[in-house]
Design a protein around this ligand. Structure first.
Ligand code: HEC
Ligand code: HEC
Length: 282
């Protein structure tokens, strides 16, 4: 009996040892992912000095959700607090931009690489990778127009569940996500849909690079927009209320704050593109 207990004790100690080893490996592997610097690709974009640039940049920041995560005055905000997954604040950009060059900012936004070469995480640069140089120059003009305000935000904290997701490849850094997307993009359905296709870039953050939906935020393939008539579609984007008077989750919370910036014509062009995409998919 005592011998059996001894073996059992040794067995349990062995299991505990393996668990500790596994936790150590996950922690070590994710620390490497979080800290290893990336090469800083050369970027030549500069903030636009054009008189209308700040207003155009403010509109881009609104539609692409910069203010949702970085705050209306770019003061930053804690927007995700779900340990053991992660605790993440959008950094206070108003305090940071003074220390960064235009190239640093453009690289962070479109490539997901910070000014010190670190990969950014949770910052959805994969959704901004297709901003044009002119749009990026306007966006930089808007960022630079904001005076320093508020306090520095906490550095992101990735919990054990988040780290396990990173090791399993379910949760990627922004540059890794951009690389994984590769050439995946919005289907080109011809020049008559060019404007709608350009506006659909604002849906990529949550509906995926090809708009086929994303398991991470549980969003559907946007073929569903093909079943919407124009009035219901405009109502969804402006108020967050879906067809059949349904209130959704993240979509309803997000849409009004972002897509009200668009005109009736722009929403119509986006709807036409999504309808054509849905028709082409069947
Ligand atoms: C879903 C939330 C989210 C959205 C939307 C978002 N960001 Fe971020 N952003 C973050 C987080 C989180 C970080 C810090 C990531 C890290 O440290 O790994 C960050 C980092 C940055 C940085 C680098 C700051 C530094 O530390 O040097 C810049 C610049 C930036 N964001 C600009 C933007 C702009 C411009 C937009 C809109 C086009 C935007 N962000 C949209 C969450 C977001
Ligand atoms: C911040 C994330 C986010 C963004 C950005 C976003 N969506 Fe969504 N969307 C979702 C999620 C998540 C759902 C699933 C319902 C829910 O949980 O809110 C959804 C659902 C939908 C639906 C289905 C509505 C229904 O009838 O059930 C449509 C249509 C839609 N989105 C259109 C769009 C379009 C068009 C854009 C770009 C202009 C867009 N979404 C941008 C997150 C987002």
């Amino acid at each position: 009996m005592t011998r059996f207990l001894k073996w059992l004790g040794l067995g349990l100690a062995g299991v505990a040892g393996l668990v500790i080893l596994a936790v150590g490996l996950v922690y070590g592997a994710t620390e490497i992912m979080l800290r290893t610097p990336h090469a800083k690709a050369p970027v030549t974009i500069a903030a636009s000095r054009d008189p209308g640039a700040v207003a155009r940049g403010a509109r881009i920041a609104k539609v692409y959700g910069c203010n949702d995560c970085h705050g209306g005055a770019l003061e930053g905000r804690l927007f995700f607090d779900e340990m053991p997954l992660a605790r993440v604040a959008g950094p206070n950009l108003s305090l940071k931009i003074g220390h960064q060059s235009d190239a640093d900012l453009a690289r962070a936004i479109r490539m997901g690489v910070a000014s010190d070469g670190r990969a950014l995480w949770i910052m959805p640069s994969e959704a901004f990778a297709n901003l044009t140089d002119a749009e990026t120059a306007d966006l930089l003009a808007y960022l630079r127009s904001k005076p320093p305000t508020g306090h520095p935000q906490i550095d992101k904290q990735i919990g054990p569940v988040g780290r396990l997701g990173a090791v399993l490849g379910k949760f990627r850094s922004a540059p890794a996500q951009i690389a994984a997307n590769g050439k995946t993009g919005l289907p080109d359905l011809g020049p008559q849909f060019a404007q709608g296709r350009s506006l659909a870039r604002a849906c990529v953050e949550c509906h995926g690079a090809d708009l086929k939906g994303s398991a991470g935020v549980k969003s559907p393939d946007l073929t569903i927009a093909g079943a919407y008539d124009e009035a219901d579609f405009e109502r969804l984007l402006r108020t967050g209320i879906a067809a059949g008077n349904r209130r959704l989750g993240l979509m309803s919370e997000t849409a009004p704050g972002r897509f009200n910036a668009w005109s009736h014509e722009e929403i119509g062009a986006l709807h036409a593109y999504l309808k054509a995409r849905a028709a082409a998919a069947t």
